[in-house]
Design a protein around this ligand. Structure first.
Ligand SMILES: Nc1nc2c(ncn2[C@@H]2O[C@H](COP(=O)(O)OP(=O)(O)OP(=O)(O)O)[C@@H](O)[C@H]2O)c(=O)[nH]1
Ligand SMILES: [Zn+2]
Length: 290
């Protein structure tokens, strides 16, 4: 039997079969490397329970990680939607981490600035200009007032919504799927206890060809799973300059005749982005020397 993982709660998974029936599954032994969006083969162990036998090859896999372990956020997504809000102010470093993770996983990114109904949104919009200039799509909206402008971006995509707590992810999901209070509904008839609600990822069907994965609120988004090479390529505006430094093992930190540093001096690369690169580079280096 083939199915799709539509919810992941630590070691338990909910798998949707082709006939839309959902069953609760565990993995064999200690293996838990499954994510929401994974396509799996399962074997029934009971009427409503099963065990995952294998995972089909993934088109994409989105990770985040700290120094000690990495965590799969979602499999087979085509798009990451980074939800920000005009208030409370968002962490720009977190936005960058999401963008870098998306580039490294070959997933397109869409930045959504929510709560644009509130006055005082100039600051947030100003901050996002840098990302529009880089070529990222930025959509300003108010999930409370009107979600319709987001819908075309979701069509024929498997999207994951990410964002720090309080930006409005639940509001967006509920506006897109108005028939039920999705965040609370799902858990009750899937598991006996709702205690994992906040840590679970869920996949919803918007239509036959469009899915949306809701992930728990992110406060940190480590990128320790990236190599230094992947990291520098994930800064899209660095790409034309890579390989042009004096040293071919240049780290773009403080080496002489660095093409990246020189591009910053010539206003071709924003100094904020180089600063973020340096911070992430040092984080990754520390990791490899642990
Ligand atoms: N003014 C305004 N408030 C909004 C909008 N969208 C969400 N909010 C409010 O912002 C707060 C946080 O929204 P949630 O949807 O719960 O945020 P969340 O991102 O799901 O947060 P977590 O559940 O902690 O991950 C709530 O009080 C919402 O009512 C909006 O478009 N405009
Ligand atoms: Zn360099």
């Amino acid at each position: 039997m083939i199915g799709t993982v539509v919810a992941a709660y630590g070691k338990r998974f909910q798998v949707e079969l082709i006939d839309k029936k959902r069953i609760s599954c565990v993995t064999r032994g200690k293996k838990t490397d499954l994510a929401c969006g994974d396509v799996v083969t399962i074997k029934f162990t009971d009427k409503h329970e099963g065990v995952v036998e294998s995972t089909l090859p993934r088109k994409t896999l989105l990770y985040r990680s700290n120094a000690f372990k990495s965590k799969m956020l979602a499999a087979n997504v085509t798009q990451i939607i980074i939800v920000l809000a005009t208030q409370p102010s968002f962490y720009e470093a977190l936005l960058n981490r999401c963008l870098i993770a998306a580039e490294a996983a070959n997933i397109t990114a869409l930045i959504v600035l929510n709560k644009c109904d509130l006055a005082d949104n100039d600051d947030a919009k100003q901050k996002l200009k840098l990302y529009t200039d880089l070529g990222y799509r930025v959509l300003s909206l108010s999930a409370k007032e009107d979600i319709s402008t987001l819908r075309p971006y979701l069509q024929n995509e498997a999207s994951i919504l990410v964002g720090q707590s309080g930006m409005g992810k639940s509001t967006i999901i509920n506006a897109l799927l108005p028939n039920e209070d999705v965040r609370t509904r799902e858990v009750s008839h899937v598991l006996d206890s709702g205690k994992h609600t906040t840590t679970a990822a869920h996949l919803y069907h918007l239509d036959e060809h469009s899915q949306l994965i809701d992930s728990p609120g992110l406060q940190e988004f480590g990128l320790h799973h990236l190599s230094t090479d992947e990291l520098e390529h994930a800064f899209i505006e660095f790409r034309p300059y890579l390989g042009k430094c004096r040293f071919n093992n240049c780290k773009h930190l403080q080496e002489p005749d660095c093409a990246i540093t020189s591009a910053v001096d010539h206003h071709k690369i924003a100094p904020e982005r180089l600063a973020i690169y340096k911070m992430l580079r040092l984080e990754i280096q520390q990791q490899s020397s642990l």
